[in-house]
Ligand binder design. Structure first.
Ligand SMILES: Cc1cc2nc3c(=O)[nH]c(=O)nc-3n(C[C@H](O)[C@H](O)[C@H](O)COP(=O)(O)O)c2cc1C
Length: 387
């Protein structure tokens, strides 16, 4: 177990997973991920969520070690996604007197995942603002529907002023791997929670009334210092403001000619002192491209024409941005085609329904390979996006 200290009474019993190939079967996690779980030891004992089925044994070992022969009274269920809920059934079978404490929606969904005997008697359904008395510790329940599932709730422990924030403030990366919080927290946020900005804003509003000394999320490090920094990031991200003035240049190129033009644009922007990120959508991590699209205020898309449409990695990227609620940005378009270039038309059609997305008037069309005669159009697009 990671040697993570929370307090005398609150223990970390989570686990690192450093061999997972893809989180949610789609996100690379080069430094793994942690499934966090906590134990509150008081007159009554509460376990705060379970972990993924990949780590059942390790989690029960951690729990046993901290319980020191005592028996839990409650399992608090914040979220039913299997990376946190997988061991609920086993827990109820091992601790037959323990109650599950959960939202009404979670109780309704529970039978979809498990077949728990005497479910009604085993559950304590809690509502907004209700409290559970553990002795010196008191858990106050705050509903957080659609952050990012409907049954989600978070818990505020009033004595030590700890917010158990479910997937909120979560991050990719195992706890054994020490790294900057923002990069992997941002990639996690926009790809997993990003669509649900309004529910996150609602939760932040409720949280702003609490005196929070520590945030214990279900993934990533326990946040103890400078909490304003993390909360500010969540305010920016969930309100779809751009975190940085700058341009993401994203290319989808089959044979490299479109990419070559995209890289020329990167150089031009850099010469102008603009903050630039570049992604090759055919090879780089798509989730990081999504993250950067939300992070920066502007974006230039460079796509090859493919079968009368746009090359599929670009199409995939734009679909993801649609799903995640991409908005409030300026976007420039570059296309390439050998006989009937159509990529700009298709990219424009995909961008137009998005909220408050302004498409630059200047566009660039390359016919197969870059020629000097293309430079003027490129310059004009770069000039427009810089203003
Ligand atoms: C399978 C396939 C389908 C294509 N479809 C079109 C098309 O519909 N219209 C067009 O103008 N070019 C089409 N092209 C040509 C490419 O868009 C063109 O060669 C472009 O220059 C490729 O840029 P790249 O070097 O960045 O890959 C197609 C190419 C391939 C391989």
């Amino acid at each position: 177990m990671n040697n993570i200290t929370i307090s005398e009474s609150i223990k970390y019993i989570g686990v690192d997973d450093t061999t997972l190939d893809l989180f949610e079967s789609q996100y690379i996690v080069p430094h793994g991920v942690s499934y966090n779980s906590y134990l509150i030891l008081d007159e009554k004992i509460a376990v705060m969520d379970t972990v993924d089925a990949r780590k059942t044994k390790e989690w029960f070992d951690n729990l046993d070690k901290e319980l020191k022969e005592r028996v839990p009274d409650y399992l608090i269920v914040s979220h039913l996604e299997p990376d946190h809920s997988a061991n609920i059934q086993l827990f109820t079978e091992k601790y037959k007197e323990a109650k599950l404490v959960l939202s009404a929606k979670a109780k309704a969904m529970l039978p979809q995942f498990f077949n728990i005997e005497g479910l009604d008697e085993r559950c304590i359904v809690v509502k907004e603002g209700e409290e559970l008395d553990l002795g010196n510790h008191h858990l106050k329940f705050i509903m957080a529907p659609m952050v990012h599932w409907p049954e989600v709730m978070v818990e505020y422990e009033t004595t030590e002023k700890v917010l158990f924030s479910a997937d909120g403030f979560g991050k990719f990366g195992a706890l054994s791997h020490d790294e900057d919080w923002a990069c992997e927290a941002r990639r996690y946020y926009f790809n997993i929670v990003g669509k649900y900005g309004a529910p996150v804003q609602a939760l932040l509003k409720k949280a702003s009334t609490l005196d929070i000394k520590m945030i214990c999320p279900l993934h990533g490090p326990i946040l103890k210092d400078n909490l304003g920094y993390y909360i500010d990031k969540y305010q920016i991200w969930s309100s779809y403001q751009s975190e940085d003035e700058g341009v993401l240049v994203a290319s989808a190129s089959i044979h490299g000619n479109t990419k070559e033009v995209a890289l020329k644009v990167v150089d031009l922007l850099k010469e102008k002192g603009v903050k630039v990120a570049f992604t090759d959508l055919t090879r780089d991590d798509m989730a990081e491209a999504v993250e950067d699209a939300f992070r920066y205020s502007k974006m230039i898309l460079a796509g090859a024409t493919y079968d009368g449409g746009v090359f599929s990695p670009m199409e995939d990227f734009l679909h993801r941005l649609q799903h995640k609620g991409y908005q409030n940005k300026t976007v420039g378009l570059i296309e390439n085609g050998s006989w009937a270039p159509l990529a700009n038309k298709v990219m424009k059609e995909m961008l137009t329904p998005m909220k408050n997305v302004t498409i630059c008037e200047n566009t660039v069309t390359i016919k197969s390979t870059y020629k000097d005669e293309n430079q003027e159009a490129i310059n004009q697009l770069v000039e427009e996006i810089c203003h």
